[in-house]
Design a binder for this molecule. Structure first.
Ligand code: ISE
Length: 334
């Protein structure tokens, strides 16, 4: 059985997902594109050898040729689109964040639970990166003793103009919120945030530095600096009682040239996480075909990442340490 995938949004991420599908994902075919900007949809359709263009997202979601929907449109559209897909009984891979507000995240949870099927996977692709998976496994096996601290660095060369200091947290740092929970296997209990002064290269946007505590007392620090100029740089080290485990440079080859010895950096996340994006897509298609819940982040995980971001935004605003209480996870998401 081959599932027809419809993509909403033909921007950077929509185009990247279309390319991955077009290059070949077992059990799936790119079957439709919708973008509010029709010429942009037409360009992507042409790049993917004439994929069908739908005039509205609703038409695409309702079309029998579309078996599952990938949402890569602006954040405010995620919730209405995900709700429409749940109503139509179609699996969804929704780019992060799950929704633009916590209330909208809760609407998605309620609608999925009411429908009785887990249809939503959130595009926190780092869960499919081998480095983070190895960290998670080492925690699960207890090989290095109990985890004590996790240090995370998240740098982009240059951020788009619309990314505000708040969005550095709500749109970029959310990756660390999700993947640190994935690695540690527990929720956060408290957050505090410091905002260093802005770089002269991007005077309107401050880097953000968060310190989170998990319920068992692990401390996770996260630097998010989206204007570092030199490339895409994501690092993580988990420090445990008897050793530490860290992400290795990616790609794992060093280049010696012009008197230097070093590792090349990808210009942005699409290159750094190219394999993770592909694995994420393949896992999503497999879950859509089998009807089993997706292997990646669930709607609950998406909600928790956004709730953690909301706590960090409050901590940034008030300068206080903020308690994080996401409530009990419904059994539906166990
Ligand atoms: C950006 O906002 C993203 O969406 C990417 O997924 C992330 O890896 C990148 O660092 C963010 O700035």
């Amino acid at each position: 059985m081959t599932i027809g995938i419809g993509i909403v949004g033909a921007g950077i991420m929509g185009a990247d997902h279309a390319r991955i599908l077009h290059q070949g994902i077992a059990g799936a075919v790119l079957a439709g594109i919708h973008d509010a900007d029709r010429p942009r949809a037409a360009r992507l359709a042409a790049d993917t050898r004439g994929t069908r263009i739908f005039e509205t997202a609703a038409e695409m979601i309702g079309d029998p040729a579309i078996g599952a929907v990938l949402i890569a449109s602006p954040d405010e559209t995620h919730a209405p689109l995900a709700l429409a897909c749940i109503a139509a009984g179609k699996p969804v891979l929704c780019e992060k964040p799950l929704a633009a507000t916590l209330e909208a995240c809760r609407d998605i949870l309620a609608s999925e639970i009411a429908g009785g099927r887990r249809l939503v996977q959130v595009g926190y692709m780092r869960r499919f990166d081998p480095g983070y998976r190895a960290m998670r496994q080492s925690v699960a096996e207890g090989r290095l003793g109990a985890p004590l601290m996790m240090h995370c660095v998240h740098r982009n060369a240059v951020a788009p103009h619309y990314i505000t200091s708040d969005l550095v947290i709500a749109n970029a740092m959310v990756h660390e919120f999700d993947v640190a929970r994935f690695v540690l296997g527990e929720d956060f209990a408290a957050a505090s945030v410091s905002s260093p002064r802005a770089s002269g290269n991007a005077p309107a946007r401050q880097p953000q530095f968060a310190v989170l505590e998990t319920s068992s007392g692990v401390v996770v620090d996260i630097e998010a600096f989206l204007d570092c100029q030199y490339g895409y740089d994501v690092r993580a080290e988990l420090v445990c009682e008897n050793g530490s485990i860290a992400l290795a440079p990616n790609p794992p080859v060093a280049i010696r040239q012009d008197g230097r010895d070093g590792f090349a950096l990808a210009p942005d996340w699409r290159g750094r996480f190219v394999d993770a994006y592909r694995e994420q897509m393949q896992a999503w298609v497999a879950s859509a075909a089998s009807g089993r819940p997706a292997a990646g982040s669930s709607a609950w995980d998406g909600y928790v990442a956004s709730a953690t971001a909301a706590a960090c935004l409050e901590a940034r605003r008030t300068g206080a340490k903020v308690r994080i209480d996401v409530g009990a996870r419904p059994d539906f998401y166990a």
